[in-house]
Write a protein that binds this ligand. Structure first.
Ligand code: ZN
Length: 73
């Protein structure tokens, strides 16, 4: 399985799908907060504004840091 962390960092417009805030900071740094798994790999990211969590494919997993949309442990 290939990881593509670089795709997180290279977009010029990077709006949060939920709160629509622009998470783009510069061409190296995103305001997205990476969430690491037990192997120190970036597994999900979190919006620092609304606390929603997403997979690296921008699929919503936690809405506003409270509700678990997937319902999986
Ligand atoms: Zn957001």
């Amino acid at each position: 399985m290939k990881t593509k962390n670089s795709s997180l960092m290279q977009k010029k417009r990077d709006n949060c799908p939920i709160c629509k805030r622009n998470l783009y900071l510069d061409n190296k740094i995103s305001k997205r907060v990476g969430i690491l798994n037990e192997y120190d790999e970036v597994e999900e990211w979190m919006c620092p504004y609304c606390d929603s969590h997403f997979t690296l494919n921008n699929r919503l997993t936690v809405l506003y840091g409270t509700m678990n949309v997937e319902g999986e442990a």
